[in-house]
Structure formats: structure tokens, C-alpha cells
Design a binder for this molecule. Sequence first.
Ligand SMILES: Nc1ncnc2c1ncn2[C@@H]1O[C@H](COP(=O)(O)OP(=O)(O)O)[C@@H](O)[C@H]1O
Ligand SMILES: [Mg+2]
Length: 236
Amino acid sequence: MTPLLNVKDLRAYYGQVQALHGLSFSLNEGSLTTLLGANGAGKTTTLRAICNMVRSTGAIEFDGKPLNNKSTESIVRFGIAHVPQGRGTFTTMTVEENLQLGAITRTDKAISSDIERMYGYFPKLKERHTQQAGTLSGGEQQMLAVARALMLRPRLMLLDEPSFGLAPLVVRDLFQILGRINRDEKVSILVVEQNAQLALELADQAYVIETGRIVMSGAAKDIAQDENVRKSYLGY
Ligand SMILES: Nc1ncnc2c1ncn2[C@@H]1O[C@H](COP(=O)(O)OP(=O)(O)O)[C@@H](O)[C@H]1O
Ligand SMILES: [Mg+2]
């Protein structure tokens, strides 16, 4: 089976500084894969490299086709939606305007029914659909960022530390919804996280990244049992 996303020997650079050192991993269609790592390990850079937002070498294939050197916009059109660290919603626009903007690359007529479907996953957003995004709580903003990305009808959603700055209960809620979206919308998901515990509960596959290299990979339930992972990332 051809993986949906196949990354081989990825190296990424900020000027003279090399942040990724030959990183390889893959993700199968339908999977919810997590890439775990400490602060500074290279998680954000990996997602940026997939979206061609940082200089990189190596092979990045999506559905068997090379993504390297494609513009970020054409990568979106291929069906990859990126929810960046810090969420990137338009804070002075309302919830609903953010969702409409999420569908800006689409020309079909299903946009308003998709917005209603997003409100089904995230009822809080429906309650607040006329509210400015900047006035939402952190959890609601993260939900809006995810819903906006889904408005592209992506095949793959890249999520950068969705748990960051959120209370544990809010994270649990959000991750449960991500699991439903993965199953019901058939969207493959790559989520990078420092919060290993919840990410390992959610994901089917996991990779651990340290200083720009993959140091461990396997089924999430096996990685969760690994003694080094437990000590370094789970704290027990
Ligand atoms: N804009 C930048 N300029 C220079 N170095 C950077 C920049 N962004 C990240 N780095 C470096 O690249 C490495 C990986 O960073 P990053 O991908 O942001 O890690 P993570 O998301 O896992 O915390 C770190 O050593 C970081 O200092
Ligand atoms: Mg990061």
C-alpha cells in the first residue's frame, strides 16, 4: 500500500542552522499519527517543511506524488490543511467569517452545509458564530482553527500542538472530537505534540523525534508502554 504521506531523509534549514537531520516517516490513509517530541525537537519545522514554508531537502510524497518545491497554496489544493502552532485564526473576524474563509479555495455549493456540520462537532462555535474570534477562549479558538482547516475538505490535516495552553479537560474534549473527525470524515491526521499522554491515547501510530531525527516508531499503544518514552515523555 502506498502511504498517503511519505517523508524520506528530510533536512531543513533556517539560514545556516540545520533543524532536521534526515527525518523519515510515513502515514497511511485513514491514520491518526502522532509525532512526539520535546520543545525544540523539530516538530513545527517538520510540518513547515511539508508545507514548503522552510528550506528543506529530501523527499516528501503525498499520495505517491512529490510535494517538494510546490507552493504552499498548491499544497493546500492537493488536500493538505495545516493548523499552525498558535492557531492562526483571524481574530477580528467572527467565527462564521473564519469558517467561510477556510473554504476560500473551494468553488462547490456545499460550504454552508459544511459550516453546519462543523457546528455539529463544535456546538460552542455555533453558539458564538457572530462573536469575534479573538474574544473566544483558547479552547474555542483551537476548535475554530480545526474547523476552519476542515472547511478545505482536506485529505490530510496537520496539527501543531493543539493542546498547547489548554486546560486538561478541554484538551480531552478536543482530542475526542479529533478522533471522531478522523473516523467520520475520513480525514487522515498528523498531530505533533509535547503532550504525549493524550496524543498516544488518540493516535494509532506514533513517532518520537529528538533533535531533528526519528528515534522511535511503532503502534501508539506499544510506544506508550516503552520504558524510555514513559520516563522521558509521560513522567512515570
Ligand atoms: N526561525 C528560526 N530560526 C532559527 N532557528 C529556528 C527557527 N525556528 C526554529 N528554529 C530551531 O529549529 C529547531 C527545531 O525547532 P521547532 O521545529 O520549532 O521545534 P518544536 O516545534 O519541536 O518545538 C530548534 O533548535 C529551534 O531553535
Ligand atoms: Mg513547535
